[in-house]
Design a protein around this ligand. Structure first.
Ligand code: ZN
Length: 67
C-alpha cells in the first residue's frame, strides 16, 4: 500500500515547467516524472520542487513497464 506523494487534485493541475508535459509519481526516490521530457522533479517532505535546475534528467519516456 503506497501513499500518494501529492494529492491527485494537485497532481492533475501540475505540469512540467520545462515542456508542460504530464507528470506522474515515482515512489523511490520520491519524484514527479514528466512523461514527455523525462525530467524527474524531487518531492521533499511532501513538497514537489518544480524547478528545472533541480530536476534530474531520466530516460523514463523511453522505458516500458516490462522492459
Ligand atoms: Zn517535461
Amino acid at each position: 500500500m503506497t501513499e500518494p506523494l501529492v494529492s491527485p487534485d494537485l497532481l492533475s493541475i501540475m505540469q512540467c515547467p520545462a515542456c508542460t508535459g504530464e507528470l506522474s509519481e515515482r515512489a523511490d526516490p520520491p519524484a514527479l516524472v514528466c512523461a514527455d521530457c523525462g525530467r524527474a522533479y524531487p518531492v521533499r517532505e511532501g513538497i514537489p520542487v518544480m524547478l528545472i535546475e533541480e530536476a534530474e534528467e531520466t530516460d523514463s519516456r523511453q522505458r516500458t513497464a516490462d522492459s
